[in-house]
Design a protein around this ligand. Sequence first.
Ligand code: AP5
Ligand code: MG
Length: 208
Amino acid sequence: MNIVLLGAPGAGKGTQAQKLVEEFGFVHISTGDLLRKAVKAGTRLGRQAKSYMDSGKLVPDELVIGLVKERLSEPDAKVGWILDGFPRNTPQAVTLDSELKSFEVTLDAALLVDVEEDVILNRLSSRRTCRSCGYTATADVSVCPRCGGQMYQRDDDKPSTIKERLRTYQIQTAPLIEYYRGHGILKKVNGARSAEAVYSDVKELLGL
Ligand code: AP5
Ligand code: MG
């Protein structure tokens, strides 16, 4: 099964993806995680992407699309994947569609994790992320339960950047909800409940 996760920053896309990966073994492809890895490693891509990420803007399509194409072509992606944070605008969605078509791969669902902005602001200010593996948890977790790495606060989880990320989402990413509704594959879950309650609905919606 191949899934795209949609939703505002902090809606819980990464959290639900982690759960699906743990239970079903999908490959989790998070463009945010891939970009943060490139920033940490100091690669050319990371240096180019950092200023966009720190200001809450989208990294240019030509940098992100290459990254996703490369990851989707790796052998492990054949078992089924979850795209988290991609596509992020209409050109990225159109590119993804034509790539998948050329490889005769089907996108089974676009799952929208739907959460109001006031809930999101609280979640993002208390989020902690693992420096080594990208695992996401809340501020009370100081050691990564998955790999033992150090938990830190993401550079873009500052109030001013969060506001800009939400603005970017409304202008550039939210139109994809209608895009995928038009393709007949949109599924929507109420994300403003416990992660476990959301996950139970996610599985039902996906027929898992
Ligand atoms: P990215 O890393 O994709 O960030 P985002 O979309 O802003 O989403 P987040 O990761 O912040 O939120 P999430 O929905 O995954 O929530 P999470 O599960 O962590 O992108 C970062 C940047 O990279 C972008 O701004 C852009 O610059 C660039 N970028 C990435 N992709 C790009 C692309 N395709 N094109 C161009 N640029 C791109 O949960 C948040 C918190 O809430 C956590 O603490 C979690 O524990 C908690 N939580 C989750 N669910 C629940 C729940 N149900 N109840 C209570 N708490 C919960
Ligand atoms: Mg995420």
